[in-house]
Design a protein around this ligand. Structure first.
Ligand code: SF4
Length: 256
């Protein structure tokens, strides 16, 4: 498999060329096992960082893709939590050398309590961190995290990162029937974090969990009126042509 996929049409970022620094498909690894994950159940919950693919491999795949891809942004995401890659800092440095495109990263925030991870992410233009629950009980129910991660450590990591980070910090919240009634509490937590943007999502892509309706999402949006908010139902439709459909669908399955 290649380590670069897309470009994919992202409702948040436009035409996004994906970087997958983990690239594990047969046995999914992640620090979470989110109930809505479009990649299926996590086989191995891990929290220790490790080098999955070399920075040279990613650099070569990206050089190749950049010759043909029409993209607005390069985004770390893919088949797992990208901060689990121990060589993330080196990969970011290599990308900066070969491309002027802005770089974003989507994270579940499980490793933001670590200073080395926050330092590496500080180099990025955009970081979108997920927060799907307002307390430990719901966090366990929705994110099914590695046993060493608590809601408090997750939130403290995000708060620390917010203080240090100079780029654009987006807070992504995935709403389903599990947390739909907690939007008010989530908004209060968001007030402490002070993100530059709130991204309200519901699983419109293939997922084991049903999405909320536009009406339900509109009700949730009202709780976030103090913020700059984008919601998946309101987002402008973007077109993007992936270089390789197979590589892209492995990370981003489509509804048939
Ligand atoms: S953090 Fe992302 S990759 Fe990991 S289980 Fe949740 S949705 Fe899936």
């Amino acid at each position: 498999m290649k380590t670069v996929y897309g470009p994919v049409p992202s409702w948040r970022f436009g035409r996004s060329l994906g970087i997958d620094p983990v690239c594990r498909f047969r046995e999914k690894v992640c620090s979470f096992d989110c109930i809505y994950c479009q990649l299926g159940r996590t086989k191995h919950k891990i929290i220790r960082r490790k080098k999955f693919v070399s920075a040279t491999r990613i650099e070569n795949d990206l050089k190749e893709a950049l010759k043909r891809a029409e993209a607005d942004i390069i985004t770390f995401s893919g088949s797992s939590e990208p901060t689990l890659a121990a060589n993330l800092g080196e990969i970011i440095e290599r990308i900066r050398k070969i491309s002027d495109l802005p770089i974003a990263l989507l994270t579940n925030a499980s490793l933001l309590h670590r200073k080395d991870v926050r330092k590496e992410l500080a180099q990025l233009d955009v970081v979108a961190t997920t927060l799907d629950a307002p307390n430990q009980k719901l966090f366990e129910k929705i994110s099914r995290p590695h046993k060493s991660i608590t809601f408090t450590s997750l939130l403290n990591g995000i708060l620390k990162f917010r203080k240090e980070y100079k780029g654009k910090l987006a807070l992504q919240m995935m709403f389903t029937k599990e947390n739909a009634d907690y939007a008010g509490e989530m908004a209060k937590i968001a007030e402490r974090i002070k993100p530059d943007e709130i991204q309200l999502n519901t699983p419109l892509r293939p997922s084991p969990v049903k999405p909320l309706s536009p009406k339900e999402m509109e009700k949730i949006k009202k709780k976030f009126r103090k913020f700059s908010v984008i919601s998946v139902y309101d987002a402008k439709k973007v077109r993007a042509k992936p270089l390789d459909l197979h590589e892209t669908e492995a990370r981003r399955p489509e509804k048939r």
